[in-house]
Design a protein around this ligand. Structure first.
Ligand code: ARG
Length: 571
């Protein structure tokens, strides 16, 4: 199905072509959501923007477009507003039909160039140590962007650019040789690795020479020493398996795990090419790319004096690899905003070298927990497994209070969906650039803009349908929609315009636009539910309202799925 906003714009275009068959500046024609429901559904400033080429005042241009509108069943009326805006009101019967169509056909985003591959690099933890709450935002936001773009028809490659090649492995090797408890390592490897990693940090405070030892151990790995290589592999496997367990729990998966080690062998060649082409030059023994003053970028070192490569070198190798191995539509990187300068340098160098593509750095602010900012240095990280356990037990308490009689299994499953949903939604419902503070009370509330509120909207509709069966009624999907009340019309419009918010969310990489839309729809449905009889209404009206409720539930489910959140049948 074509998006309604596209259909409306096409009709207006036909009217404009009637007014002036030679007009061709179509960039000036676009519809925007109306600022308020009383101005209809969309508004366009076309008449004002294009008045000059018509040689008439905007109001007159607007009026002639409205007069030339072709006969159609999509737009009910157009009206001129203010200095020459055109307000667009959608036809109610059309909205009704479209609501029903959403049950059987998919939205079509072919007006957007979705060809080629979109590679999204997200989560990408530095492994050898366990993941902690600081890794959550990139993981959750990246996964949502992946879901949104996949929904729109992009071919998405979810890439986990593991930090699997850094000095942390040198530290672990030193720790392993000095403090390993064999038994613990056999029975619970990840925690033993964590223990000795922390131990290394403590010991190194008093014996800084340990840091040098760690550097020489990692150097041995990089030079291919078989004993150290084997240890490195073992540590990667142990920590990566642990990460994968967490991803599985969160319902997140990746297509590729091309970590830093994967690119290691490509770096000398990348450096050579940049040097041969004089893009990088020698400066005090190091190889450096200098930028034009106008670009406001610090010089970027790509090889240190001692021959070591850097984070940027590895990312340059990554870009070159992508350019050679994919049909790139976009390369997206999801990290916190402290990496902004790094990616600007990498993108610019890639462009200079001719490996350019549509690069997007999706950044986000800091997430604190009850006002406390987590940091590994200060030692106050929260372990993810503890966070998940707390999510489930708190959600369980809430569910148990609301619905004590549900079977235990079901309560546990609801607690899991609600707990993880609350966690994800507190992140995704906010503008990603802002710093956010997480609190369980807010996240698990059934009121306000929260995951449980939206999940509850879904479950409540499912319970209506259970009652349909219990009361010996039936649900007729082929019934005609009768949108009687203002609320019903608004709900229908919101369902039909859902893909518009998905498109905007993809354009700006802002899942919160989807959250906003769902929250608004849930509120409208709640007012409808509280003010309008559904099951007690008359036959045709009953069927129409059931169809409307069904479409709300499907939209909730789809929308929450784009945020990586599951729904439950009751709660
Ligand atoms: N491993 C990095 C970190 O934990 C994030 C990597 C992001 N991706 C990239 N291609 N640099 O900060």
């Amino acid at each position: 199905m074509k998006l309604v906003i596209i259909r409306a714009a096409e009709l207006i275009r036909m009217a404009i072509e009637k007014v002036d068959p030679d007009f061709n500046d179509w960039g000036k024609l676009f519809l925007q959501p109306a600022s308020s429901e009383k101005f209809g559904h969309y508004q366009t400033n076309f008449a004002m923007a294009a008045a000059k080429s018509f040689g008439k005042p905007p109001k007159i241009v607007a009026e002639s477009i409205i007069a030339a509108m072709p006969e159609n069943d999509v737009i009910e009326k157009l009206e001129v507003a203010g200095p020459g805006f055109i307000n667009v009101f959608l036809n109610t019967a059309f909205l009704g039909r479209s609501v029903k169509d959403t049950a059987v056909s998919k939205w079509n985003f072919s007006h957007i160039n979705t060809a080629g591959d979109v590679v999204i690099d997200y989560s990408s933890p530095n492994i050898a140590k366990p993941m902690h709450a600081g890794h959550l935002r990139t993981t959750i936001i990246g996964d949502s962007i992946k879901r949104i773009m996949t929904y729109m028809g992009y071919h998405v490659v979810a890439d986990n650019h593991l930090g699997d090649w850094g000095t942390q492995f040198g530290k672990l090797i030193v720790a392993y040789r000095n403090w390993l408890n064999e038994d613990n390592y056999k029975s619970d490897p990840i925690h033993e690795l964590e223990r000795i990693y922390i131990k290394f940090g403590e010991e190194a405070e008093n014996f800084p020479e340990l840091e040098d030892m760690a550097r020489s151990e990692i150097k041995k790995v990089q030079d291919g020493d078989p004993v150290n290589m084997a240890l490195w592999k073992e540590f990667v496997e142990i920590t990566l398996n642990e990460c994968k367990r967490i991803y599985k729990y969160l319902g997140i998966d990746f297509d590729t795990y091309y970590g830093e080690s994967f690119y290691h062998g490509m770096m000398p060649e990348v450096v050579k090419e940049l040097t041969d082409r004089k893009i990088a030059v020698e400066s005090e023994g190091a190889l450096v790319v200098f930028f034009d003053e106008s670009e406001n970028l610090h010089p970027c070192i790509i090889r240190k004096k001692d021959g070591a490569y850097l984070y940027s070198t590895s990312d340059l190798a990554t870009v070159k690899f992508k350019a050679a191995n994919y049909r790139m539509n976009k390369a997206i990187y999801v990290t916190d905003d402290r990496q902004e300068a790094h990616f600007k340098q990498v993108f610019r160098i890639a462009q200079i070298a001719g490996w350019g593509m549509d690069f997007v750095h999706v950044t986000f602010g800091v997430m604190s927990f009850n006002g406390i900012i987590l940091s590994t240095r200060a030692g106050n990280t929260i372990k993810l497994e503890e966070l998940f356990a707390e999510a489930e037990s708190r959600a369980y308490a809430v569910v148990n209070e609301k619905n004590p009689d549900l079977p235990e299994d079901e309560k546990r499953n609801i607690a899991k969906c609600v707990g993880i949903g609350a966690l994800k939604y507190s992140d995704l419902s906010q503008n990603r650039s802002s710093n956010i503070d997480f609190s369980w009370e807010k996240a698990l509330s059934f009121e306000g803009n929260t995951a449980p509120y939206l999940q509850y909207t879904y479950a409540r509709i499912r319970s209506i349908f259970r009652k349909v069966t219990e009361n010996g009624l039936f649900f007729d999907r082929s019934a005609r929609m009768i949108l009687e009340t203002e609320l019903e019309k608004q709900i229908a419009a919101s369902i039909v315009r859902f893909p518009e918010c998905v498109e905007k969310a993809a354009e700006f990489y802002k899942p919160n636009l989807i959250a906003d839309h769902l929250f608004d729809l849930a509120q409208k449905f709640s007012s409808f539910y509280n003010s309008t009889p559904i099951l007690k209404s008359e036959h045709d009206i009953l069927q129409s309202r059931l169809n409307l409720a069904d479409a709300v539930a499907r939209t909730m489910k789809t929308g929450l799925d784009l945020l990586g959140i599951e729904v439950v049948e009751r709660m």
